[in-house]
Ligand binder design. Structure first.
Ligand code: FMN
Ligand code: SF4
Length: 487
């Protein structure tokens, strides 16, 4: 029988946390003592070729749904980037998803890379460096990327309530969820090539505005990720892995030709699972049921997910992710950010949480299992590709024990950097504080309330409404609470 989910906020010490991991049978390394100062695994520099990083802390990209309607920078975005910098992280993985053109946006308030936003992009970078200097005293050894995205199936560029999906193939479950007719148009090869040029233009702009690298986003159900699962697409962008990576390879070739000196990284969902939904038998008015997978017994072998076992698509299979990393290595791309699944159709895989977002479901498993799944994938990939630089994801759910696990994971070679996602919204300096020996501020630790995901689902900007006073005291907080009551 499975154990009830233990609220980590009630676990008073690390030995109790370690016992809980053992009781769950989870292989998550966890140190009993935190090392502060230059001996801390989090404070070790890393140097590979031209990539030089001053420590092992990374800030994950975190979109805020708060750009102007034409995709330009706002005060709240400058504040968020300043806080990302104040995390002390020497690797800033993209700041937030920036659309390569207006039509590529996932929401009508997403940042766009375009001539009219260049000044704003420069300001974001400057705000980040200011925040970083305030925490660490110096901007040496910082590497700053911009995450370039096309939202594909999840495009919603103009109105919050108007999805405008651009798809590569028909998906038997996701098409139904999006209300797509069987004959709805697919992106043509010509349209794909125009998008590739948008990526080239955006990479050029990133370089001009001072970014060190761009991330060619391949995760979370967006276009780059959808290419990887385009098994059923005909033509040169679907079918074989060679065809499914043509989009990436063409983007990289163009950047290498036009923007020499710009580093490239890839954030990739290395495994997936079939879409989940709240179990209707266990849902009641106002309460979502636990997540269960959509019916898929008639879809075996499963050909609509990257990194899944085709005979049992609930199970990860890293075979193709390894082949993908070989391709990256051949292209001399060393920066890899490992993530999984999608926030739209399997959030428990992508961002393990105790409380579901409004369009999610109650956790179908202890969220620590979700953390362990992503950590284990990163460990296996790192073992196979020791020369690549791996950022690990999904650490936030560890809460007060994040520093203990981060330290142990780095020491044991489970990856090269620890990425902070949601924790960077509530308490960006957590790992800096712990590895400096500053007292950890437990009241600021993210408890995975998911308000930062629910707010955008209701058309509001994202932010840590429960713990960050900037959002807590905002008029949008009242709107969010009212929307939650109605839901
Ligand atoms: C509000 C919010 C916005 C996010 N925006 C992005 C994004 O723009 N790009 C991206 O690759 N991931 C994005 N993510 C995913 C995070 O980077 C990260 O993978 C996820 O939250 C799991 O890591 P964590 O456990 O540290 O939160 C977002 C997550 C949240 C909660
Ligand atoms: S709203 Fe704040 S506490 Fe809740 S998940 Fe997001 S960052 Fe964490």
């Amino acid at each position: 029988m499975s154990l009830p989910i233990l609220r980590l906020g009630t676990v008073k010490d690390v030995s109790r946390f370690q016992q809980h991991l053992s009781a769950l049978g989870l292989n998550i390394p966890c140190d009993a003592e935190i090392i502060a100062g230059s001996e801390s695994p989090l404070r070790q520099p890393l140097s590979r070729g031209e990539i030089k990083l001053g420590n092992r802390i990374a800030a994950q990209p975190m979109e805020g749904w708060d750009a102007t309607p034409d995709g330009n920078v706002t005060e709240s975005m400058l504040r968020r980037w300043g806080r990302l910098g104040s995390s002390g992280a020497k690797l800033i993985w993209g700041g937030e998803a920036a659309a390569v053109c207006h039509a590529a946006r996932a929401n009508p308030n997403q940042l766009v890379v375009a001539p009219h936003t260049l000044k704003g992009l420069e300001q974001l970078r400057a705000a980040l460096l200011d925040g970083h200097r305030l925490t660490t005293g110096s901007a040496d050894g910082v590497l700053i990327g911009l995450q370039l995205t096309h939202s594909g199936r999840y495009c919603r560029p103009n109105e919050h309530n108007k999805p405008e999906p651009r798809i590569l193939y028909h998906h038997p479950i996701l098409d139904r969820r999006l209300g797509l007719a069987p004959d709805s148009p697919l992106l043509s090869d010509g349209e794909i090539e125009a998008i590739i040029e948008d990526f080239h233009r955006a990479a050029h702009a990133a370089r001009e505005t001072g970014f060190d690298f761009v991330d060619i986003k391949h995760c979370h159900g967006y276009l780059g990720h959808e290419f990887l699962s385009a098994y059923t697409r005909e033509g040169k962008y679907g079918g074989s892995l060679e065809n499914r990576t043509r989009f990436l390879r063409k983007i990289v070739d163009g950047i290498r030709g036009d923007v020499p000196g710009l580093q490239i990284g890839v954030r990739i969902s290395v495994f997936d699972t079939v879409p989940f939904f709240p179990d209707p038998a266990r849902s009641s008015k106002g309460k979502l049921g636990p997540g269960i997978p959509e019916k898929h017994d008639d879809l075996i072998p499963y050909r609509w997910g990257f990194g899944v076992n085709a005979q049992n698509p609930i199970e990860p299979d890293l075979t193709e992710a390894m082949q993908f990393l070989s391709i990256l290595q051949q292209m001399k791309i060393y920066l890899v950010n490992v993530t999984a699944g999608s926030p739209y159709y399997n959030p428990h895989i992508q961002r393990p949480a105790l409380y579901p977002p409004s369009d999610g479901y109650q956790p179908p498993e202890d969220p620590l299992i979700g953390v362990a799944r992503q950590m284990d994938a990163t460990r296996k990939l790192k073992q196979q590709f020791p020369n690549l630089i791996f950022v690990g994801t999904a650490y936030t759910y560890l809460q007060d024990y994040l520093p203990h696990v981060a330290q142990a994971a780095l020491r044991e070679g489970w990856g090269d950097l620890i990425g902070l996602g949601r924790m960077a919204l509530s308490y960006p300096e957590l790992l800096w504080d712990s590895s400096t020996g500053n007292p950890v501020q437990h009241k600021r630790v993210c408890r995975t309330f998911s308000d930062c995901t629910t707010a955008p689902r209701k058309g509001l900007p994202s932010g840590c409404y429960p713990l960050d006073s900037y959002y807590k005291n905002s008029p949008q907080a009242a709107e969010l609470n009212a929307a939650k009551v109605k839901a």
